[in-house]
Design a protein around this ligand. Structure first.
Ligand code: TMP
Ligand code: ASP
Length: 261
C-alpha cells in the first residue's frame, strides 16, 4: 500500500492518504500539548509508545466485538486505519473525579463516582472543546439519537473491559476520552471507535501508590513521562519486562525521522 499526501494534522497525530480510498495511515507524533495547545513540548518516544499501547487496546476491544478503525500497525509510528467521518464530539468517561470536573463543579479530587459518568465536549480547538449537553448534539445535528444510543452502549462496554484489563496489571482507570466515527458498511452507516486510546487520552494511576502513569505527568510538570508510559506498556505485556525503553532507545528504534518544530 502506498503512502499518499497528508490529509490532516492534529496535535498528536498526522493522517496520510493511501492508494485505497477507504484506508488512511495514522502517524503518531512526539508532540505533547495540554490546556488546548497553550502548553507544548516534544517528548521523544511518546508517539512510539502510544502507537503500541493504542494498537494493543484497540485490538483487544475488537476481540470483544467493539468495532474500531484499526486495521493493523505498520511500524513503530504508523497504523493503517479505516477512514471514518469523525463525530465532532469528545466523549469523556469518568470513574473517579479528577481534572477538569473537580475545578468545574467543586468535586473533591479522588471521589469515586457511583456510576461511570459520560461528559460530552464539542471537538473544536478554536472554542477550547467546550462542555455540551446531549441536547446540544441533537439541536445542532452533530449526531443522531440512534447514534448516541449506540455510542453510549459501546462506551460502557469499553469502560468495563478497560477497567478489568488495567486492574489486572495493578492500574486504576480513572477517566479517559474516546472518539467515534461513521463508516459505510454495505451502503449503511456504521459507528466505529476511532482515534487512539493511550496514556495521552486516559488517566491511569498505580493501584497501590496512585502514582500517575499518564499525560498528567506533562500537564502537571511531574516529569518522567516516558518511564511512566513504558511502565504501562510493560505491565500490559507489550514490552518485555527486561527492556528498558528510555527516550533515547525509543527514538533509535523509530525508523521515522522526527520533524523539528
Ligand atoms: P479533563 O479532566 O481535562 O476534562 O480530562 C478528562 C479525560 O479526557 C482525561 O483522561 C484526559 C482526556 N482528555 C483528552 O484525551 N483530550 C483532551 O483534549 C482533554 C481535555 C482531555
Ligand atoms: N489534548 C488537549 C490539548 O492539546 C488537552 C489535554 O489533553 O489536556 O490541549
Amino acid at each position: 500500500m502506498k503512502k499518499g499526501k497528508k490529509i490532516y494534522e492534529g496535535k498528536a497525530k498526522i493522517i496520510y492518504a493511501t492508494s485505497d480510498k477507504n484506508l488512511v495511515i495514522q502517524y503518531f507524533k512526539d508532540d505533547a500539548t495540554a490546556f488546548n495547545n497553550q502548553k507544548k513540548s516534544i517528548i521523544e518516544g511518546k508517539g512510539v509508545l502510544n502507537n503500541r499501547i493504542s494498537e494493543y487496546i484497540l485490538s483487544n476491544l475488537s476481540q470483544i466485538g467493539i468495532k474500531n478503525h484499526l486495521v493493523k500497525r505498520l511500524n513503530m509510528r504508523e497504523q493503517i486505519i479505516k477512514l471514518a467521518e469523525i463525530i465532532p464530539i469528545e466523549f469523556v468517561i469518568r470513574n473517579i473525579a479528577t481534572g477538569s470536573i473537580t475545578k468545574r463543579l467543586g468535586i473533591e479530587d479522588g471521589t469515586v463516582l457511583r456510576e461511570p459518568l459520560i461528559e460530552y465536549c464539542l471537538k473544536d480547538d478554536a472554542l477550547g472543546d467546550p462542555l455540551i449537553s446531549e441536547d446540544h448534539i441533537y439541536t445542532f445535528d452533530w449526531a443522531t439519537r440512534n447514534e448516541i444510543e449506540k455510542v453510549k452502549k459501546m462506551i460502557f462496554r469499553i469502560n468495563d473491559f478497560m477497567i478489568g484489563m488495567f486492574r489486572g496489571v495493578g492500574i486504576k482507570l480513572i477517566d479517559f476520552k474516546l472518539e467515534f466515527g461513521r463508516v459505510k458498511n454495505n451502503g449503511k452507516n456504521e459507528i466505529i471507535l476511532a482515534d487512539e486510546i493511550s496514556p495521552d487520552t486516559c488517566r491511569l494511576w498505580d493501584s497501590i501508590t496512585e502514582k500517575k502513569l499518564d499525560k498528567d505527568r506533562f500537564r502537571k510538570d511531574l516529569g518522567d513521562l516516558i518511564p511512566a508510559y513504558t511502565e504501562v506498556a510493560k505491565r500490559l505485556g507489550i514490552l518485555h519486562e527486561q527492556s528498558n525503553i528510555s527516550a533515547v532507545n525509543v527514538t533509535k528504534l523509530s525508523s521515522v525521522k522526527k520533524k523539528s518544530k
